[in-house]
Write a protein that binds this ligand. Structure first.
Ligand SMILES: [Zn+2]
Length: 307
């Protein structure tokens, strides 16, 4: 019996491969998940039932831990983080309408919102209690909401937002159509929605398939490309006005995907591979991101209302 698409319910789906419970380079269990492609709406999806136990079960405590390396790598990471913020701020300032109400969905510990100019009125959604507590203690100027925008308990819907931001959240959302419908209703008439997702058509996905860093099965429920994102947005009266590759964030993704393909049982060989692959991988993925957004590991979308 065919597995129906979890986005459009079509039975015209095809099994691409089977993937383990893998986060980045960490194998979390040997459970296996089917990854399928829908021939109708073009989305790729993980065949898993994201029920109420799913989130407790599959989000390990170290899920949000940062990559750690030596001093040189950490110095470089700091530089990349600054470049990343500059790029995102540039996008926001280029596209922002007159108003200054900004909402970040999945704002973690509020660092991004805090770094934005103080002229913005800042709001965040964070379901993690530790993240919310950190914001309340350190950044009193940020209003942080506990419930997601799709929840009937979301308490931030008394006024609309001029800018809505979302970095690497959409791929975790179980019902993206309903979610984007709600988001669209919260976005001001001239407002801008800027978000980022891993790209299923990336060089990394094409070359490494079930070893792809951003697969993160079963937590990433959907694996989007430009076509599936465009359809999803259009159905909610939203249109893409900007589309680009992100050359700086997740600098180690492509190298990690390739390394997983050549991983051996001999630790020293893996270590040597690590040092050879990371600078080469970073150079390749950054150049690809700058030259061709369609092949970049991560895509950034700038979105407005269609009319
Ligand atoms: Zn579909």
């Amino acid at each position: 019996m065919p597995t129906n698409c979890r986005l459009c319910s079509s039975s015209n789906t095809k099994l691409l491969f089977i993937s383990k419970n893998m986060h980045g380079q960490h194998l979390l269990s040997n459970e296996e998940f089917n990854v399928l492609e829908c021939k109708n709406c073009k989305v790729t999806f993980t065949d898993v039932d994201a029920n109420s136990d799913f989130y407790n079960h599959y989000y390990p405590e170290n899920y949000y831990d940062k990559f750690q390396g030596n001093k040189l790598i950490e110095g470089l990471l700091g530089l990349l983080e600054k470049l990343s913020f500059k790029r995102k701020l540039g996008l926001i300032l280029r596209h922002k309408p007159e108003g200054n109400r900004v909402l970040e969905i999945g704002c973690a510990q509020g660092k991004f919102l805090n770094d934005l100019p103080s002229t913005f009125k800042k709001f965040g959604v964070e379901i993690n209690a530790n993240g919310r507590r950190y914001i309340q203690e350190h950044y009193p100027e940020i209003t942080v909401y506990q419930d997601g925008i799709e929840s009937e308990n979301f308490s931030g819907c008394s006024a609309k937002y001029d800018i809505i931001l979302m970095w690497h959240v959409l791929e975790h959302i179980k019902d993206p159509s309903a979610f984007l419908q709600q988001l669209s209703s919260l976005l001001n008439k001239n407002g801008v929605f800027i978000f980022e997702v891993p790209n299923r058509n990336s060089l990394g996905f094409r070359l490494t398939r079930e070893k792809w860093f951003h697969l993160d099965t079963p937590r990433h429920l959907f694996h989007y490309n430009q076509i599936s994102i465009k359809q999803l947005l259009n159905h909610q009266g939203l249109k893409i006005i900007g589309y680009s590759g992100n050359a700086v964030d997740y600098w180690h993704d492509f190298a990690t995907s390739i390394r997983k393909c050549f991983s051996t049982k001999i630790p020293i060989i893996n270590k040597v591979l690590y040092f050879i692959l990371f600078p080469i991988g970073f150079t390749i993925r950054s150049l690809v991101s700058l030259i061709s957004a369609q092949t970049a590991e991560i895509n950034t979308y700038v979105v407005k209302h269609s009319s």
